[in-house]
Each structure stands twice: as C-alpha cells, then as structure tokens.
Design a protein around this ligand. Sequence first.
Ligand SMILES: Nc1ncnc2c1ncn2[C@@H]1O[C@H](COP(=O)(O)OP(=O)(O)OP(=O)(O)O)[C@@H](O)[C@H]1O
Length: 241
Amino acid sequence: MIQIEHLSKRYKKLKALDDVSVSFNKGDVVALIGPNGSGKTTLIKCILNMVKPDKGRILFDNQLVKNKVDYRKLIGYMPQISQYPHNMKVRQVFEMLKDIRNEKDAIDAELFDNFDLKSIEHKTMQSLSGGTRQKVSAALAFLFHPEVLILDEPTAGLDPLASEILKDKIFKEKEKNKLVLITSHVMSDLDELATHIVYLQEGKLRFFDTITHLKNHTGEDRLGKAIAWLMKHEYNSSFQS
Ligand SMILES: Nc1ncnc2c1ncn2[C@@H]1O[C@H](COP(=O)(O)OP(=O)(O)OP(=O)(O)O)[C@@H](O)[C@H]1O
C-alpha cells in the first residue's frame, strides 16, 4: 500500500533520512522506533508530502505521491504537536474539517464520544490541557474512516484511561485491515499493538521485520528487551512484505 524507495533527506549537513527503502501493507501495524532525532517524524512527513525528500520516491497504492494531494484524504494523521488555530473552539475545529471534507454522513464519532469531547467542545484549543488536546487530535485523525492511520506519539500525555481507549480503537482499526503507522517511545504500547518494527538510527533503516521474528531472533519475549538487544548488537534485517 505504501512503498518507500531509496528515500533521503538532508537538513544542511545532517542526514535526517539516508537511503531508506521499506514497504507497508494493509492490516500491518508498523511501529516506527528509534532514538530521538533518528528520522521517524521526517519519514512520516515525507509520506504526507509535508517534507520534500532530496532523493528517492514514495508510492501510495502504486501511485507516486510527489506533488499529489488527493491521497491525503485516505490518511488520518495525528501529529506530535497539533497545530489548529489557538482561538478556535473544539466544536469549530470539528465543524471546519467536516465542511472541508463535505462528508458529513461518513463520520466516525467513537473517540469523540468515548473521550467525552462534547463536554469540552465550547472550549478554545489554547485553553485545553496537553492531554485533552491529544484526545481532540486523536478523534480528528479517526474522524473520516481513513484507510491509513499515521499516529506520531499518540499516547504521549494521555492518562491511563484515555490511553486504553485509544489503543482499543487502534486495535479495532487493525482488525478492519487498515494500515497503521505509529511512532512511540512507549514500548509496552507498541508490544500490544504492532505487527512490524521499523528501527531507524541516524536516518538509516537498521531493521524491518515482524515483531514475532524479532522476538524469536533475540530470544526476548518483551519488545523493549528485544529493541535493547538490537541497539547493542550489529543486526541488519530487512524484508519487503
Ligand atoms: N525542519 C528541520 N530543520 C532542520 N533540521 C531538522 C528539521 N526537522 C528535523 N530536523 C532534524 O532531522 C533529524 C531527524 O528529526 P526527526 O524529527 O525526524 O526525528 P525523530 O526520530 O522523529 O525524533 P523524536 O524521537 O525526538 O521525535 C533531527 O536531527 C532533527 O533535528
């Protein structure tokens, strides 16, 4: 569904992405893992056409994404830092997006309801706590039944109940054969959800495989331990599923 071929991106001398090739299919829940600054968000932004790569190409459903916008409708994106106008009320943000899409009937309000966003819809975005802003951002990402979900640190700042609600929702979408890409530093969350691991280090793809294969290879049954093993050992595995 998404093919990334020889992708490179530099910021001056810094190689944020260095010849990354990987592909993702429907039904995969892919955990993007790597140290701070390893290129996870840059990879996501390239997929979304928010950052222009210097080299390489990305295909979405076998179509090049370069200079395209339409395919973005099929992706629900939860950014690390949401950037909705500060003085807009929560209700207005939802209404604005529904108006832009003109798809008023095809709404998935499950997270809106489960997070009880109705009770804060009169508040402005700037008055929300960090975690509540994350809830709004999550509800917006799932709103239009997207085929692909790209979630950048989705559970960061969420309380335990909200975090469970969001993980249940991600799990349901996986069951519907959606493709989900998640970055997170919370290994236990990824252990519950992910089917595949992409491990980036200094912009390079160090590892791409199924979680099952990673655990078998390392002899660890917890993802956190298996990733620690990867970080300690020179291990390169990459397969295109
Ligand atoms: N707009 C930019 N201008 C200059 N450098 C940038 C820019 N965006 C990212 N970088 C650099 O590119 C590298 C990769 O950043 P990126 O945000 O992709 O990392 P990350 O893996 O998502 O990190 P984190 O885990 O901290 O979120 C970092 O060194 C970062 O400082």
